[in-house]
Write a protein that binds this ligand. Structure first.
Ligand code: URA
Length: 436
């Protein structure tokens, strides 16, 4: 087999065999195929696409390109969730303990934030002491004793993806459905969970900006899951505006803990989506006859405090200080603040998720490059967001940073991402579609 022929075949719009795809991915992971050929391959896929069968074979090759942690020691059924990335998306911090409290194991490997989107691992580390680098044996023990654990994804998981994603990032080939679907599902399948619930974001803060494109991505991922023999469901959810009101690591942990303490007001969208994702996981795991029964179980676990206790136990097991879980006000928020006020009366008609994520990044909450340091206490709390009525002078948002020189640029970004109009905008649901 020759790499040249594989690239040419895809360039000419022909269908690659499983053996050709495997040869290519294995060779690239081992360093036998150079970046320039891999870049040409990605560009050919970008323009010519892939069939469902090719996309699945690409995913399986990526899955098999790295180490697969041995999680077979985890007892019982295992469910996982994955979000395609958003702003203010702290659902995992609520969903994982709620599902675990209902008797389904969740061994969650998460990523760190990059660009305008946040990462669950950074949020976990806002609780002092929490260790997110666990060996597979420690991970198995933690999940068996608490029902859950949230740790950092190891670099060796689906190793080809790490190289390929970095290459796509600099060759304008990230936003291709077969490449995104295989990248995400390759990593998910390497964990060999029984059930997978996908939260595919759509809107300004998402990879896929339109409902149509998001639906294609969701269908591609659900198809891969099914071909791999996994129970898989996707929800397409709104990411035109941030989820909840907090953006930034400690601020988001505080908001998520607020929900686990039963304080739902002001973050109804976050609660609604968390309940729905968690219920989908329970339902796939066979823990209820229908979704509404599963939703009731999840709501009871949250309101009754079982999810909070599960999360506290998990934080303690991972070396963290659980008193922060019971007293979220202890979480350290950056001291310098800046209030953004409404310039006129009206309704917020746009709270652009990508713009707000970028403003939080400027404040220090995120990373431009993978190894940048972050300011865990930095970020934004939205006091008003899309649909809310405002009067001139009302506080729309409060910014936090440990460096007040950052406010100027962040405020500029925030203001250009916010629009106040005379009439209320039309309502947009949080969950837009279910694909199974
Ligand atoms: N997240 C991933 O892991 N891979 C992609 O290609 C896009 C988002």
């Amino acid at each position: 087999m020759r790499v040249y022929d594989i690239i040419k075949k895809k360039r000419d719009g022909k269908e690659l065999s499983a053996a050709e795809i495997k040869y290519f991915i294995e060779g690239y992971a081992k360093g036998e195929i150079p970046d320039y050929q891999a870049a040409a391959f990605c560009m050919a896929v970008y323009f010519k696409g892939m069939t469902e069968r090719e996309t699945a074979d690409l995913t399986f090759a990526i899955r098999d390109s790295g180490e697969k942690p041995d999680l077979s020691g985890i007892t019982g059924i295992r469910a996982d969730k994955h979000s395609t990335g958003g702003v203010g998306d702290k659902t995992s911090l609520i969903v994982v303990p709620a599902v675990a409290a209902c008797g389904v194991k969740v061994a969650k490997m998460s990523g760190r934030g990059l660009g305008h989107t946040g990462g669950t691992v950074d949020k976990m580390e806002s609780v002092p002491g929490v260790k997110t680098e666990l060996s597979p044996a420690e991970f198995v023990r933690a999940v068996n004793s608490c029902g859950m654990a949230i740790i950092a994804q190891s670099d060796s998981l689906a190793a080809a993806d790490k190289k390929l994603y970095a290459l796509r990032d600099v060759t304008a080939t990230v936003d291709s459905i077969p490449l995104i679907a295989s990248s995400i599902m390759g990593k998910k399948l390497a964990l060999d969970d029984d059930c997978i619930v996908l939260d595919v974001k759509t809107g300004s803060g998402a990879f896929m900006k339109t409902l149509g494109e998001s639906e294609k991505l969701a269908r591609a991922m659900v198809d891969i899951g099914k071909r791999a023999g996994k129970r898989t469901v996707a929800l397409i959810t709104d990411m035109d505006r941030p989820l909840g009101r907090a953006i930034g690591n400690s601020l988001e942990m505080k908001e998520a803990l607020g929900i686990l303490h039963g304080n739902l007001s002001g973050a109804e969208d976050l609660y609604e989506l968390s309940v729905r994702l968690a219920a989908e996981m329970l339902f796939l795991a066979g823990k209820g006859n229908n979704l509404s029964e599963c939703e009731e179980k999840i709501k009871n676990a949250i309101i009754g405090g079982e999810a909070l206790k599960t999360f506290a136990l998990s934080v303690r097991t991972q070396g963290g200080d659980e008193s922060y879980v019971f007293n979220p006000e202890k979480l350290k928020i950056s001291e310098k603040t800046y209030e953004i006020k409404a310039g006129k009366d009206g309704y917020i008609v746009r709270s652009d998720a990508e713009g707000y994520g970028t403003a939080a990044l400027i404040l220090g909450a995120g990373r431009n490059k993978k190894d940048d340091n972050i300011d865990k206490g930095a970020g934004i709390v939205l006091l008003k967001k899309t649909g809310d009525k405002v009067k001139k002078g009302d506080i729309v948002a409060r910014m936090y940073s440990s460096d007040e020189n950052k406010f100027g640029e962040a405020v500029g970004k925030f203001n250009e991402s916010t629009e106040i109009g005379l009439n209320p905008p039309s309502d947009r649901e949080t969950v837009l579609k279910r694909i199974d």
